[in-house]
Design a protein around this ligand. Structure first.
Ligand code: NAD
Length: 264
């Protein structure tokens, strides 16, 4: 029997088959969960619908998380189809390309607002909106990049600041929902080549740096993140809440980045 057998899981943030959300969906399916998928808008629809068909997913709904009415509507649709849900995954982030290439000191007011709204507030808003239809003992997850939130990752800029706020929100939400035994955790993924990552200035170097400098000397995959998400979504982690789980080949533990290659 799978670890998530019979659980209803909604995943927000699927863009294509490179998305971290896709890795999570695959792993959840393997463990027996019923999946619902939500995507951002028309442009995404063309990519997401064929993927949903491939896995015979019956619930695929649009939700632009900057719109309160769309959040409200998606909750109603989920209630109609699933009744109650057990797992909610937020795999969403956005910042303007400009903000991820200029120095952080030049972040615009609007760029800051948009990054915070889409990448942080939406996690709070979705959590609050889904609470009435969430079973006690459920699990809520988001995706962060801790090495850019608690430390400086060049070019990550306002997204690093947003991730710091997202991680803090994870802890505050965990406190709020603890009495209902609903757990709230974040996965801090290593650098993975996705659509969102392509917007970060110098990502290619960051990606290579990861493989060169992490203790395990390799990049992580969306499947690695999916497996960690299964753990945090399942009863195996039933006393874990408010945590940031790093899935990054150990990259974040390094101080001075001077790992030698084997044989050197
Ligand atoms: P991705 O581009 O596949 O996913 C980002 C998703 O956010 C997309 O599906 C996009 O449609 C969605 N989104 C943006 N604006 C939205 C809006 N207004 N409403 C609804 N959805 C919206 O990229 P990804 O790398 O899979 O990103 C998923 C999460 O993982 C993000 O939180 C990202 O910061 C995080 N993360 C990524 C990496 C990496 O290296 N790729 C590392 C650590 C954390």
């Amino acid at each position: 029997m799978g670890l998530l057998e019979g659980k209803n899981a909604l995943v927000f943030g699927l863009a294509n088959d490179k998305s971290i959300a896709w890795g999570i969906i695959q792993a959840f399916l393997r463990e027996g969960a019923n999946i619902g998928i939500s995507y951002a808008g028309e442009i995404m629809e063309k990519r997401v619908k064929p993927l949903a068909e491939k896995i015979n997913c019956q619930w695929v709904e649009e939700c632009d998380v900057t719109k309160d009415d769309q959040i409200e509507a998606v909750v109603k649709k989920a209630e109609k189809h699933f009744g109650k849900i057990d797992i909610l995954v937020h795999s969403i982030a956005y910042a303007g390309r400009d903000e991820l290439s200029k120095p952080y000191s030049q972040t615009s007011r609007e760029g800051f607002r948009v990054a915070m709204d889409i990448s942080v507030f939406s996690f709070v808003a979705l959590t609050n909106a889904f609470l009435p239809i969430m079973n006690d003992g459920g699990s809520i997850l988001c995706l962060t990049y801790g090495s850019g939130a608690v430390k400086v990752a060049p070019h990550y800029n306002v997204m690093g600041v947003a991730k710091a706020a997202l991680e803090s929100s994870t802890r505050y939400l965990a406190y709020d929902l603890g009495p209902r035994k609903i757990r709230v955790n974040a996965i801090s993924a290593g650098a993975i080549r996705t659509l969102a990552a392509a917007g970060v200035g110098g990502f290619r170097d960051m990606y290579k740096h990861f493989a060169d400098k992490s203790p395990m000397r390799e990049n992580v995959t969306i499947d690695d993140v999916g497996d960690a998400a299964v753990f945090l979504a399942s009863d195996l982690s039933k006393r874990i809440t408010g945590e940031i789980l790093y899935v990054d080949s150990g990259f974040n533990i390094m101080g001075v980045q001077m790992v030698e290659k084997e044989g050197e």
